[in-house]
Design a protein around this ligand. Structure first.
Ligand code: MN
Length: 198
């Protein structure tokens, strides 16, 4: 997909969001990030690093660790890799206007049963690409708030609509993980953000 759609939607003279570099950045391990975003409607942005960009889904209800919960995840445009550390205020009248915090982040790997034997980066990424193309990705998150095995499953009714769900493992539980509402970066909750001077 690339970053064209991402850039077309935004005016980088007006928004503090990163434009993204010409060259793709690659981290040593595959990163994931979840941002809590008080846009017109509050939602969580779920992002997985792949091929130098962040594959992105908007999750209106946010993720859940509870078995059986299926959270709608709407596929959106790829975001630049450096968006993973973006936290701030998107000004009024700009695309996605509202406050953004980094709610969770960490690394992920494709699932292979309960074993994580992808020592080869290229092999692991090929697995993720293939499963995304097939509309059924199993992956393991190592975050601060979210841990364990999850799946993203594309619905048959609309190719942009996926379901985010928890697999059964020792990290599944019925607690309300969304009640941990502080930013991993700053410790702020959403409405505590203040505009930073230019
Ligand atoms: Mn968003």
């Amino acid at each position: 997909m690339g970053l064209q759609r991402y850039r077309e939607k935004r005016d980088f003279r007006a928004t503090p969001e990163p434009r993204g570099g010409k060259r793709a950045l690659v981290s040593a391990r595959r990163r994931f990030v979840i941002q809590k975003h008080a846009a017109r409607r509050l939602h969580y942005d779920f992002r997985l690093e792949l091929d130098g960009v962040l594959k992105s889904w908007a999750v209106p209800q946010g993720p859940s660790l509870e078995l059986g919960d299926k959270r709608l995840a709407v596929e959106v445009e790829d975001h630049p890799f450096d968006y993973a550390s973006f936290e701030g205020i998107i000004p009024e009248k700009q695309y996605g206007a509202g406050n953004v915090i980094v709610w969770d982040c960490g690394v992920y790997s494709p699932d292979e049963g309960q074993q994580y034997s992808f020592s080869n980066r290229a092999e692991a990424e090929e697995r993720v690409r293939t499963e995304l193309a097939n509309g059924n990705l199993s992956f393991f998150l190592r975050g601060e708030k979210l841990k364990g095995s999850f799946a993203l499953v594309r619905t048959t009714s609309d190719p942009r609509q996926w379901l985010l769900l928890k697999h059964k493992d020792r990290f599944a539980n019925t607690g309300d993980v969304l009640s941990y509402n502080h930013s991993l970066l700053s410790g702020a909750v959403l409405d505590e953000l203040t505009a930073t001077p230019e």
